[in-house]
Design a protein around this ligand. Structure first.
Ligand code: FE2
Length: 204
């Protein structure tokens, strides 16, 4: 299908070893080159199957195709956001600024309280999943979302400001089964500038 777009695996915005010692080079390379790439390829495969069936006028198991697509595309979209909301360890600042700083303090009382709640959401996600910071367009309030797999429990329509991947594939080489240690390490490499930009784009 020449006239249709497909997903592509983005390059990381930093070197594979840039997140050390919080995420190792081997862990990051495996995560990006194997796991993220697999979601891109699988999402495109579903799109291709849909395109072919439509062209041939053939029936498809639509329930299975759409369920698979939401999982694979969700995996791709969340990983894209994740790489961008991380910063090289040497450049990362420990606290947010701008509108984000204000919004976090207004909603959670303090930055520390927000970190505590977000960490708790991340460590308690059942099985494989994500923790995400989002903003509700109806109330303007910041909310935390727990995404199981790549697509379960989401608040529909809310735009994601920041995500943390807590699938075992994100940390197993570095932290084994100790997800809480990985979540603690995450706070050292958050790209607050990027998260603030995402918020400012929404409240403009
Ligand atoms: Fe992942």
């Amino acid at each position: 299908m020449k006239d249709k777009n497909f997903y592509t695996l983005p390059e990381l915005p930093y070197a594979y070893n840039a997140l050390e010692p919080f995420i190792s080079e081997t862990q990051l390379q495996l995560h990006h080159d194997k796991h993220h790439a697999a979601y891109v390829n699988a999402a495109n495969a579903v799109l291709e199957r849909l395109d072919k069936a439509r062209q041939a006028g053939a029936d498809m198991d639509m329930k299975a195709a759409i369920k698979d697509l939401s999982f694979q595309a969700g995996g791709h979209i969340l990983h894209r956001l994740f790489w961008q909301n991380l910063a090289p360890a040497s450049k990362a600042v420990k606290e947010p600024g701008g509108a984000l700083d204000e919004a976090l303090k207004k909603e959670f009382g303090s930055f520390e309280r927000f970190k505590k709640e977000f960490s708790s959401v991340a460590t308690s996600t059942e099985g494989s999943g994500w923790a995400a910071l989002v903003r509700c367009g109806l109330t303007g309030r910041l909310l935390i979302m727990q995404i199981e797999k790549h697509n379960v429990n989401i608040y529909p329509h809310l735009r994601i400001l920041m995500v943390l991947d807590v699938w075992e594939h994100a940390y197993y080489l570095d932290y084994k089964n100790e997800r809480a240690k990985f979540v603690e390490a995450f706070w050292n490499i958050v790209n607050w500038d990027e998260v603030n930009k995402r918020l400012e784009a929404l409240i403009k």
